[in-house]
Design a protein around this ligand. Structure first.
Ligand code: 5GP
Length: 121
């Protein structure tokens, strides 16, 4: 698969506000936040979409949720609540083809996300 901007962030080729890193994953604030708290947790391994998760990736993908909850606890919004989202492909609204968990927090979040008549290019 071709390299995305997230590989460049992992490799420090472009700047990002990195808030967590370990052997398997890295987390950084979203450049275009959709909530008072909005960061992304991504595997260091470049997996394009949820559809590309292999048997061998199960541990790392589970680890993304572990990291999200760990940061939520450390930042103090775990009890108040938050949302994790992973978008997949065009209808899911995915724009960067390196899987990432969105973590959104800091205010009550709307649900459901479906909007009648939404046009996707
Ligand atoms: P998607 O639409 O694929 O689920 O989410 C991609 C997310 O990556 C978007 O929320 C977008 O704002 C964020 N993003 C795209 N490019 C960059 C970047 O260069 N730096 C950071 N920090 N976030 C980015």
């Amino acid at each position: 698969m071709s390299e995305t901007i997230f590989t460049k962030i992992i490799n420090r080729e472009i700047p990002a506000d990195i808030i967590y890193e370990d052997d398997l994953a890295i987390a950084f604030n979203d450049i275009n936040p959709q909530a008072p708290v909005h960061f992304l947790v991504i595997p260091k391994k470049p997996i394009a979409t949820i559809n590309d998760i292999a048997e061998e990736d199960r541990e790392v993908v589970g680890h993304l949720h572990f990291v999200a909850a760990k940061i939520a606890n450390e930042k103090g919004f775990a009890e108040e609540g938050f949302r994790v989202v992973m978008n997949c492909n065009k209808f899911g609204g995915q724009t960067v083809y390196h899987i990432h968990l969105h973590v959104l927090a800091g205010k009550p979040l709307g649900w459901p996300p479906y909007q009648e008549g939404l046009k996707i290019e």
